[in-house]
Ligand binder design. Structure first.
Ligand code: AHR
Length: 664
């Protein structure tokens, strides 16, 4: 009785919030690109070497550059051996000139070296680790390769292989190693030893010492499974490669030259990565293309545009070699196997051309070279690339690295690229940014990185994606999707980072050597939800009872699945109240079922998924709801929530559908 009275009192004093009435038309709107949700990958914060690229050995080939001289970082002698770098008269290859000399000295028994990986190595029993190394020197006997604890020396697995080493030349040795025990933590090393007594001449030279765990899709020279699967898990449909700043390089002599990233690893010299380390280039152009193929991603391929981070601006009369290089690159990716560069790709094992519809010229050309760099881009660099690319490939859409909002009147038929690293409020402002923009754009980099009120590198960068920022991202994505006739797609950037190397705060996925630390951020859950419900067409709204804010949404259909879709987010509702929604799709009858998924966050809007506690602040609720009178779905969205409603088709479509509900 008391309870009943309280309920009446509550009902009397609670503000009457009328629902947002949305009626969606059955036609109109736009066909979507079907690749709205993607990511940018470049090797930043060891997200490539030591990250997505599965190689376990750090500094495996002693690669160097003027900026990053060769060193022995990662390597430790075993049993009194002396390690030193050598540039032999006969190096392993033209690309790998420096090798590691292992002198036996007065040591007896097994000598050699260890490598401690990228802040450790994950060792799991019964998994097959595939290793190889090159050696030069006179040695009769066996090599022992093992994985062991860096703390206790315990051996988790080892294998022996007979030496084929010769003094006169480099010989490759390959092995498989299957641990019999899992390591209790990731503080482990790879060790290679040999019998000191079998060495003639006092030392052996080693190079390209490599060890891979099983890789994603079993690719040779492939990707780390848990990280690739975490990325694949958010159902991306778009990949922008290869950066970012990584593409531009420090100078216009040291940009990410794709030709040095393909072919046998012996032929890859590595690259002075702008993120502060010599990169192996093991994750090269071909590996990126295979990643796109394995995850069924639309590729946005960036080509170097003659501007580097030091502000080097290539003069007009020196630009042609870079244009030629870009044309070669496009041919490598998409040319028939009978073409010059298509045949190189075919020889590398991929005769079929990769699908390539988007090519971006440079990266953020409005930034590195200041006003002069941007002026040169607008005056001749972009126009020259655009003309040359479209002259040969009329079906490729060429994207400028700046947007109309960067003050570029992009020449037709060029498109733009817009980047946003913002506060939650700034992400919300994205919602209608492209409503009046006739030029097609990609959102090549997007993420909420600052708290409201913050800006710039010192403006209180958040450590991980945070809930209110994630809701802001959701609203920006809604805005992009409702303009999908002119928005190619949006790429989260950067996608992953190592917890052991800080170079960028907010990334969608965090990781360390220990896969237990692989963490999907709050943003992952929102992007996953939206990407898992792709529309083939947006549909306009016939009537609505209120303007956007605090509810933002986009509506449409997936013709392949025969479903209708609503995606929405609530940001800063009055007094934090729930927002009731009454939603109808013209032609959808009462009794139609729909699945409603609602994501809500923690009490603290700045809460985040902390890799070190494993807490997931995102709460997902899923329920089936039924359209009532007038075919209306009635539901409520809490403040700072993100939701998707998709109708359940009454019968399965006849056409065969692929992943994401699309035909292949
Ligand atoms: O995504 C990280 C960096 O941010 C990119 O390399 C660059 O394009 C942008 O400034």
């Amino acid at each position: 009785m008391v309870r009943f009275s309280l309920a009446i009192v509550a009902a009397v004093i609670a503000p009457v919030v009328s629902s947002v009435q949305i009626t969606v038309k059955s036609s109109g709107g736009n066909a979507t690109t079907r690749h709205q949700y993607g990511f940018l990958h470049e090797d930043i914060s060891n997200s490539g070497d030591g990250g997505l690229y599965a190689e376990l050995i750090r500094n495996r080939a002693f690669q160097s550059s003027e900026r990053f001289p060769a060193n022995l970082s990662g390597w430790t002698p075993v049993n009194g051996a002396a390690l030193s770098l050598k540039t032999l008269d006969k190096p392993l290859s033209r690309a790998l000139k420096t090798s590691m000399n292992v002198a036996v000295g007065s040591s007896k028994g097994q000598v050699g070296f260890s490598n401690d990986g990228y802040w450790g190595m994950d060792v799991k029993k019964k998994k097959t680790y595939t290793g190889s190394f090159w050696v030069k020197g006179d040695y009769k006997g066996t090599f022992t390769a093992s994985l062991r604890s860096n703390l206790t020396g315990e051996v988790f697995g080892s294998t022996e292989l007979r030496s084929k080493a010769r003094a006169a030349e480099w010989t490759e040795h390959s092995f498989k190693l299957v641990p019999t025990k899992s390591a209790p933590n990731s503080n482990n090393t790879f060790t290679l030893t040999f019998d000191a007594a079998g060495v003639k001449g006092g030392s052996l030279d080693f190079n390209l010492i490599s060890l891979f765990p099983p890789t994603y899709k079993g690719r040779k020279n492939g990707l780390r499974i848990d990280l690739a699967e975490a990325i694949e898990g958010f159902h991306p449909t778009l990949l922008r490669i290869p950066g970012g700043n990584m593409l531009e390089g420090y100078t216009n002599k040291t940009w990410w030259d794709w030709k040095e990233t393909i072919g046998p690893l012996e032929d890859r010299p590595g690259y002075p990565n702008v993120w502060g380390y010599q990169q192996t280039n093991g994750l090269g152009l071909m590996e990126y293309l295979e990643l796109a193929e394995d995850m069924n991603l639309e590729i946005v391929l960036a080509v170097y545009a003659g501007l580097s981070l030091n502000g080097d601006i290539t003069p007009q009369d020196q630009l042609q070699p870079f244009i030629d290089d870009a044309l070669d690159q496009i041919e490598f990716v998409s040319g028939a196997p009978t073409t010059k560069w298509g045949s190189v790709r075919a020889k590398l094992g991929h005769p079929a051309p990769f699908k390539l519809r988007y090519v971006e010229v440079g990266n953020e050309d409005w930034l590195a070279g200041g006003a002069a760099g941007w002026e040169s881009y607008k005056a001749y660099r972009f126009p020259m690339f655009l003309k040359a690319i479209n002259a040969r490939y009329s079906d490729i859409q060429v994207i400028s690295s700046g947007s109309v909002f960067d003050g570029y009147d992009i020449p037709a038929p060029g498109n733009g690229d817009y980047h946003i690293y913002g506060t939650p409020d700034a992400m919300v402002d994205q919602f209608d940014l492209f409503d009046q923009t006739p030029v097609t754009h990609i959102i090549g980099e997007a993420a909420a990185v600052h708290p409201n009120g913050g800006s710039g590198w010192d403006g209180g960068l958040m450590e991980y994606p945070f809930w209110i920022g994630t809701v802001g991202e959701a609203i920006s994505l809604l805005g992009y999707e409702r303009n999908t006739d002119r928005i190619i797609g949006a790429a989260y950037a950067p996608i992953i980072r190592s917890l052991d190397r800080w170079q960028w705060a907010v990334t969608m996925i965090q990781f360390a050597a220990d896969p237990a630390l692989t963490t999907k951020s709050a943003s992952w859950y929102v992007w996953e939800l939206f990407a898992d419900h792709l529309m083939t067409h947006t549909l306009p709204v016939a009537s609505e009872s209120s303007a956007f804010n605090p509810l933002y949404y986009v509506t449409g259909k997936n013709e392949d699945k025969g479903s209708y879709i609503f995606k929405g987010a609530v940001y800063n509702s009055t007094d934090g109240a729930d927002v009731p929604v009454s939603l109808a799709f013209e032609g959808v009858k009462p009794g139609t079922k729909a699945e409603l998924t609602v994501l809500t966050g923690p009490a603290d809007p700045y809460g985040y998924n902390d890799p070190f506690t494993g807490v997931n602040v995102v709460k997902t609720t899923r329920e089936k709801i039924t359209a009532g009178k007038g075919g209306r779905f009635e539901f409520s969205m809490p403040n700072l929530s993100v939701a998707v409603l998709e109708t359940v088709p009454s019968k399965h479509p006849k056409r065969k559908t692929m992943r994401n509900g699309f035909r292949g």
